[in-house]
Design a binder for this molecule. Structure first.
Ligand SMILES: Cc1cc2nc3c(=O)[nH]c(=O)nc-3n(C[C@H](O)[C@H](O)[C@H](O)COP(=O)(O)OP(=O)(O)OC[C@H]3O[C@@H](n4cnc5c(N)ncnc54)[C@H](O)[C@@H]3O)c2cc1C
Length: 380
């Protein structure tokens, strides 16, 4: 059934990562969740073992691996029952902006640190008044001689507290057409005028340091613009494809984790002297969920293969992001009902899975936006 062809090298990489996760991540998750932060040293440990930014070219210290290495990292991290250590955002969403649009100087300066985990990255698009409608952003970037002066604020920025480097979207107020007004900039932590706000208290993803970012007369060198001036909107639209695909891979893998855990629980747990898994009602529910997950995997794997072949999969990517993010919520909810009271106890992994899954229909483009893209692709 599996579409993707993993080599022995991929499988060896997966085994090394699983070993790293069991030693360095799993024992620490409850602490991160209660402290609402993943310490930066864990990022460095992961980077030093070669598990960050696997696509980065060898000349910048990377593995120069294909997208299957990213899929392996996303899948294995999805089985850790936490969303705070958001390596997929850094490795497969933000750093690719530098790989694709950065100058040679940008790449030499930043990519090695991104690979080792010394630099943690974030992407800042969303503003209090501009979420789905990115063209409505108001954060301004005005050229003054050799510098760019930035003013405005961003919100709901993942890795917002830990980040050492931000890919920032901002507009030139002198350009009327919003699609030609937005550019992308690299802003380093510590730049005067760049301040990190408070860590946002969310209903889930407790160890994820989602934060507000503020820019007040923040001056950066003109060379910190990524790619051509005014092309930011198009770069975002292009890169959002891989972002949505990674979200689909992640949501699918988390659903598999939830279902596997519940299958195991139902096989072991008895009610009125009978294993839950011997009840036909439970069997049918699990059979329905297993079918949905298996069919979803076939679709997502085909999509990953097409993405690797650089095919145009805009509609399919939107379908996958929409379907998998709804599925993970539906299945988390249903599994909680099947397990009963224990499922809402904080020691049960389902409690955190259910909380963390909720936002997946919202970020990386809401599912309403996904359906709009699908409808447009269907010429409706
Ligand atoms: C945990 C978390 C992490 C995030 N991380 C980041 C990050 O790292 N960087 C970043 O830049 N942003 C990030 N975001 C922001 C995220 O991308 C936005 O929340 C998302 O784009 C939706 O924007 P909004 O919440 O402002 O909703 P809005 O755009 O205000 O939408 C509100 C409602 O209207 C609907 N809607 C809007 N437009 C349309 C339309 N055209 N047709 C139909 N319905 C529509 C939406 O679907 C939604 O239901 C994060 C958000 C969360 C919750």
């Amino acid at each position: 059934m599996e579409v993707l062809k993993y080599t022995d090298k991929h499988e060896a990489f997966r085994r090394r990562l699983q070993d790293f996760i069991s030693r360095q991540i799993l024992p620490k998750i409850d602490k991160w969740e209660s402290e609402h932060l993943v310490p930066a040293d864990v990022w460095r440990a992961m980077g030093q073992e070669g598990f960050l930014c696997t696509s980065v070219a060898k000349i910048y210290g990377g593995l120069e691996g294909d997208f299957l290495y990213s899929v392996i990292c996303i899948e294995e991290m999805a089985k850790t029952n936490q969303s705070g250590f958001l390596t997929l955002l850094h490795s497969d969403i933000v750093v690719p902006y530098i790989e694709s649009y950065g100058s040679e100087e940008h790449k030499k300066k930043y990519l090695p640190g991104c690979v080792t985990g010394n630099i943690i990255t974030a992407v800042a698009m969303t503003e209090p008044g501009a979420g789905s409608d990115l063209a409505a952003m108001t954060t301004s970037a005005i050229e003054e001689g050799n510098t760019i002066v930035i003013n405005g604020s961003k919100t709901f920025i993942s890795n917002g507290i830990n980040c050492g480097l931000v890919v920032l979207a901002a507009r030139d107020p002198a350009v009327e057409n919003p699609h030609n007004a937005i550019s992308l900039y690299l802003v380093e932590d510590g730049t005067p005028g760049f301040d990190k706000g408070k860590r946002l208290e969310k209903m889930g993803m407790h160890s994820q340091d989602t934060a507000e970012l503020f820019f007040t007369n923040c001056r950066i060198p003109k060379e910190n613009r990524l790619g051509a001036a005014g092309r930011g909107f198009f770069m975002l639209m292009k890169k959002l494809q891989q972002e949505r695909l990674t979200c689909a891979v992640w949501a699918l893998a988390r659903t598999e984790y939830i279902l596997d855990w519940t299958l195991d629980y139902c096989r072991r747990h008895s009610v009125s002297g009978q294993r839950l898994s011997r009840s036909q009602a439970v069997q049918f529910a699990l059979a329905e969920m297993a079918t949905e997950v298996r069919m979803s995997r076939s679709f997502v794997e085909r999509l990953v293969a097409d993405h690797m072949e650089k095919k145009d999969v805009v509609m399919e990517t939107s379908m996958a992001k929409y379907q998998t993010s709804e599925m993970v919520n539906r299945i988390a909810n249903r599994c909680i009902d099947m397990v009963g009271t224990y499922a809402v106890d904080e020691t049960c992994p389902l409690a955190r899975e259910w909380r963390d899954a909720r936002v997946m229909t919202i970020f990386a483009g809401t599912n309403e936006i996904m359906k709009g893209i699908i409808a447009k692709s269907l010429n409706l």
